[in-house]
Write a protein that binds this ligand. Structure first.
Ligand code: PLP
Length: 444
């Protein structure tokens, strides 16, 4: 008997007992290759000796200090190191306990910034359809993931949504990727004009879309145009790098590859790498100064903000990613994974697209690869892949969702950066077993 309230109350799932490199082991001794790092969390695998040691040392030194103190030593060191590697202009780091809270803090900071500088009417948020930015009420209001929003609808603040940059579905045959990206970005201009530029607070987007569409990178130039539009209208650009940040796409921050910097960004998942729950919000010096010279008090704070043990763990993680070369490894092994996926599934009748950056890869499953017709929602292909993969000893992250009335099934892969080539072969082989089981005759 258990008194735990699990999220899936009806699911018959095993109990996890042990982590070993890129593998997880359940209470029956069965081993699972962690092909998605949970939800793109475990970038160092499950038994990293240096991070475990950093946690032990910090618990022995200072486990917790409340906000009667300004910060702590590990929080200061982590903030400095993050800013050293962050996109230009980002200058301050606010530590929280996870991704939803980092995004919640980002929205609240944007709101408070405009209040402090005397523009209270700027409170409208624009985000993208089918986006996911977290599960608290504030960020649920921002996300464009309808099934998550609908049960809470009367409580959500007003947000409007434009299309995501989704070339596989929306690039026209007569259009280059660049032309499509500019057309998609210009939806933001149109929406800002519709709302009145002086009313818009922020545009919110994931640089590479993770949890809802399976590693969809933007087309070249898309985010540069988005940045120009935001600048022209004084709208803040908030990038959600909770999933795609911390080296997942082959650079520490995903937006580096798009040649832009945000006003505010949120990171989490890979920051603690699963060893501690931690997230962070980074903002520009200009935004920080508006608070510092205004009320001097950011209206957001939870008990565990800047937790010493969590920041000490993240400092060890960040050291391994940057000085230890694991960001570069994410880039290199990502290419190996992409090639292996293309070799195995490039001609698969139900694989429409294989995409991503670094060790952040996605597969879009379709009923017909020529017409790109999706499976009907009732086929539950994503759920079938998940179940079959799990039985075969592979954890991956299948998902389904609807953009502009079109259903889609996707599989996200985000293995630890320490994955070896032979383990990539194992991952792809097990995924092949799962795809056969899910898309074969049993699927229709
Ligand atoms: N933003 C993105 C892009 C995410 O993928 C997630 C989680 O999957 C979140 C925010 C929320 O993070 P958390 O689950 O740590 O609250």
């Amino acid at each position: 008997m258990t008194h735990v309230f699990p999220r899936h109350t009806k699911a018959d799932l095993p109990v996890a007992v042990h982590g070993d490199g890129i593998y997880l082991v359940d209470s029956t001794g069965k081993r699972y290759l962690d092909g998605s790092g949970g939800a793109a969390v475990s970038c160092l695998g499950h038994s990293d000796a240096e991070v475990r040691e950093a946690v032990r040392r910090q618990v022995d030194t200072l486990a917790f200090a409340h906000t009667s103190f300004l910060t702590s030593e590990p929080a200061e060191a982590l903030a400095d190191k993050l800013i050293e590697h962050a996109p230009k202009g980002l200058d301050r780091v606010y530590f929280v306990s996870g991704g939803s809270e980092a995004m919640e803090a980002a929205l609240k900071l944007a709101r408070q910034y405009f209040l402090e500088i005397g523009q209270p009417q700027r409170h409208h948020i624009i985000a993208r359809r089918q986006s996911y930015h977290g599960n608290t009420l504030g960020v649920l209001a921002t996300g464009g993931n309808m099934w998550r929003r609908e049960p809470f609808a009367p409580l959500l603040i007003g947000t409007s949504h434009i299309a995501p940059c989704y070339a596989y579905r929306d690039q026209r045959g007569d259009e280059t990727a660049e032309a499509y990206g500019l057309r998609a970005a210009d939806e933001l201009e149109a929406e800002i004009q519709r709302l009145g530029p002086d009313n818009v607070m922020a545009f919110v987007a994931e640089p590479v879309v993770g949890a809802t569409l399976g590693a969809v990178p933007p087309t070249p130039g898309y985010f540069r145009r988005i940045r120009e539009i935001c600048d022209r209208h004084g709208v803040l650009l908030i990038l959600d790098e909770v999933m795609c940040g911390m080296g997942r796409t082959g650079t520490l921050f995903a937006c580096e590859q798009d040649g832009i910097a945000p006003d505010i960004t949120a990171i989490a998942k890979g920051l603690g790498a699963g060893y501690q729950p931690i997230g962070a919000m980074l903002c520009t010096g200009a935004i920080y100064r508006a608070i510092e010279q205004g009320s001097g008090f950011f209206q957001h704070g939870h008990t565990y903000l800047g937790h010493p043990v969590a920041t000490a763990a993240a400092l060890a993680v960040l050291g391994k990613l940057t000085d230890g070369g694991l960001v570069a490894r994410s880039q290199a092994m990502g290419e190996v994974l992409q090639s292996a996926l293309e070799a195995a599934f490039g001609q698969h009748p139900n694989v429409g697209d294989i995409r991503g950056r670094g060790l952040f890869r996605g597969i879009e499953l379709v009923a017909d690869r020529e017409t790109k017709d999706p499976f009907a929602p009732g086929h539950n292909v994503a759920a079938r892949v998940k179940k079959a993969a799990f039985e075969a000893g592979l954890i991956c992250y299948p998902m389904s969702g609807t953009v502009d009335g079109r259903h889609g099934d996707h599989v996200l892969l985000a293995p630890p950066f320490i994955i070896e080539e032979a383990q990539i072969d194992e991952l792809v082989r097990k995924l092949g077993i799962a795809l056969e089981a899910a898309t074969g005759t049993g699927a229709a």
